[in-house]
Design a binder for this molecule. Sequence first.
Ligand SMILES: [Ca+2]
Length: 305
Amino acid sequence: MRLFVFLIVLLLAACGDPVDDRVITPDDMGDVDMGSDDGINNVNNTNNSNNSNNSNNANNTNNANNSNNANNGLCSPNNDGTIERSEVPLRAGLNAKFKIALDADFDTAGVEENGETVWDLSGDFAGDMLELVELQDTMGAWWLSTFPNASYSTKLSATEDLRGVFQITDDALLLQGVVTPEDGLGRTELEYDPPVTVLQFPLTADSTWQTETDISGVALGVPSFYDEVYTYTAAGTGTLKTPFGDFQVQRVRVDLERTIGILTTTTRTYLFVTECFGTVASVVSEENEDEVEFTTASEIRRLAP
Ligand SMILES: [Ca+2]
């Protein structure tokens, strides 16, 4: 029984802003426009008045400790090995494009180049799809009474319509549930108790966290109850190449164990997380993958222009 594909561990990069359509180029790693109306990042906003129009901050060596840039709507990557909550744009309205391939060969171990690990997802895979991923406002959503604290919802998979319902907190991103876009007899409305901590901040080279959750509700109209255990482990740093550009990333491995009745299925996912762009790629294993580093992916997704 496969309720839906295993992509709920994906968080998305959100580098576009539908308000002003500003385009960001990671190659020069300039400031990322996170939106001047962003209430999430408006804490500790004290010392950034000189940054508001400075698009060259990335090349300014004095910015190493300037974590306040996000507060005025701009994010400057400082590549200090720690990804702070304020360095990841998360709010309804953001969107990004991803190239997505299914059933593709890729060695998650990457290659060693000049003493660092390089993962190259810049090329084409057979059957690549280009998908716009959006963090949608919860306003008017039919499921809002079930998830009153939700911050946004977003489509979970290229192959199904299901949406993940997420909550943004001061130090984490939580998956609260999974729903269909429309209400009705054939709806899906699954609640996670407790919500899954999908990203925990600050994210460092030693980060590890786990969520054991009971899931209940209806899946395509059928009452459903099952358990999932998500184990997140920091899994190295390096350079990730995408069609959009190259990123300095922290990799996170997600081991998902799903138990329905007496049947347990495991899936492994690698997330590639970077300052200012969030999760810029993910590689999902096939079911019950034995190897920690695997070579056949059920889905590969990476940021694309
Ligand atoms: Ca940082």
